[in-house]
Design a protein around this ligand. Structure first.
Ligand code: PBG
Ligand code: ZN
Ligand code: ZN
Length: 360
């Protein structure tokens, strides 16, 4: 690449007519001839980097981690290459070196593995001795520079695996779900989470969380990141493996958005901004770049987050393994697309690797 660059520069410099008086004649007069020249703008690595409106930086990366109630475990998640589920005793030793490399934020997912701990209302979600609250307190105490986001949902904790409390007919009871989920969010915030991120998609939960935070007098220092446009589909499989959160029956199509629902996503984004969200998230990311761009347009003054989900991450690994492309190159290309679409926060399992790659 650098050979090509220097050749093209040399050639061009050679032709530059500074000392020739009659060059006006040779100068093209039709604007089209000049504006058809694009290569001149990106022939050098630096000019190429200037073409990006925004550069990928370490502070954009929000790292998802799975914390189980098996204190000493460190188990690879087979469907999510390079990622592990860890017990509370393994968290700091994992995160500390990453913080030294520039890690700024994590998003926590609890994984209850103990028998009999799941019930219809997800009681374990805000158990003060459970993995999430323990991890929030531990990370805040031991790694004070790290910004801690707590994912808020019930599906990891409910016996039925749905993201809320159910009616007898198996459909979501929105009122009860919102009341419960806002309690869980409040518990995480009180435990010290900088940010709570409800991923359940029940109607009205942003407002309910906001009101409980206000009533508790802590709303001024707790960020609400709304999974506002979360689509149902087949890209969450490895996560559900990792978190043991697959629905026991049915699916999530009545609360997560249908993949074609661009208008619904826009409505959900506007709604959640109106209810008090500080950050809007779009999920998945690579297959929903238009939605990220819509979110950026609608939420002009809010930071937009995009979640490159487990299926998207696993897909890149699988394709790289099959020889389709180079893993690292594709990792960058996938994040560049998300950035271009308008996100300024990227939730991604690439985070540990990116912290190294962004150095070199
Ligand atoms: N509601 C829980 C939740 N929060 C984030 C993800 C998905 C993350 C991923 O796939 O990486 C899920 C799973 C789901 O909705 O089934
Ligand atoms: Zn859920
Ligand atoms: Zn209902």
């Amino acid at each position: 690449m650098s050979a090509t660059t220097s050749i093209s520069f040399a050639t061009r410099a050679h032709k530059l007519p500074h000392s020739e008086p009659d060059t006006a004649k040779a100068t093209p007069t039709i604007l089209g001839d000049i504006s058809s020249q694009l290569h001149s703008g990106y022939g050098h690595p630096l000019t190429r980097s200037w073409q990006a409106e925004r550069q990928l930086t370490k502070s954009m990366l929000l790292y998802p981690i799975f914390i189980s109630d098996q204190d000493d475990e460190e188990t690879p998640i087979l469907s999510l290459p390079t990622q592990h589920r860890r017990g509370i005793s393994k968290i700091i030793s994992h995160l500390d070196p990453l913080v030294r490399k520039g890690l700024k934020s994590v998003i926590l997912f609890g994984v209850p593995l103990k028998k009999g701990v799941k019930d219809p209302v997800g009681t374990a979600a805000d158990d003060t001795t459970g993995p999430v609250i323990q991890a929030i307190q531990l990370i805040r105490a031991r790694l004070p520079s790290l910004y801690v986001v707590a994912d808020v949902c019930l599906c990891e904790y409910t016996s039925h695996g749905h993201c809320g409390i159910l009616h007898e007919d198996g459909s979501l009871n929105n009122t009860m779900s919102v009341d419960r989920i806002s309690d869980v969010a409040l518990a995480y915030a009180k435990a010290g989470a900088h940010c709570v991120a409800p991923s359940d998609m029940n109607d009205g939960r942003i407002k309910a969380i906001k009101l409980k935070l206000i009533n508790a007098g802590i709303s001024h220092h707790v960020t609400i990141m709304s999974y506002a446009a979360k689509f149902s589909g087949c890209l969450y499989g490895p996560f559900r493996d990792a978190a043991g959160s697959s629905p026991a029956f049915g699916d999530r199509k009545c609360y997560q958005l249908p993949p074609g629902g661009r208008g619904l996503a826009r409505r959900a984004i506007r709604r959640d901004i109106g209810e008090g969200a500080d950050i809007i998230m779009v999920k998945p990311a690579n297959a929903y770049l238009d939605i990220i761009s819509d979110a950026k347009n609608i939420g002009m003054d809010l930071p937009i987050a995009a979640y490159q989900v487990s299926g998207e991450f696993a897909m890149i690994h699988a394709a790289a393994k099959a020889g389709v492309f180079d893993l690292r190159e594709m990792a960058f290309e996938s994040l560049q697309g998300i950035l271009r679409a308008g996100a300024s926060i990227i939730v991604t399992y690439w985070t540990p690797m990116m912290l190294d790659w962004l150095e070199s």
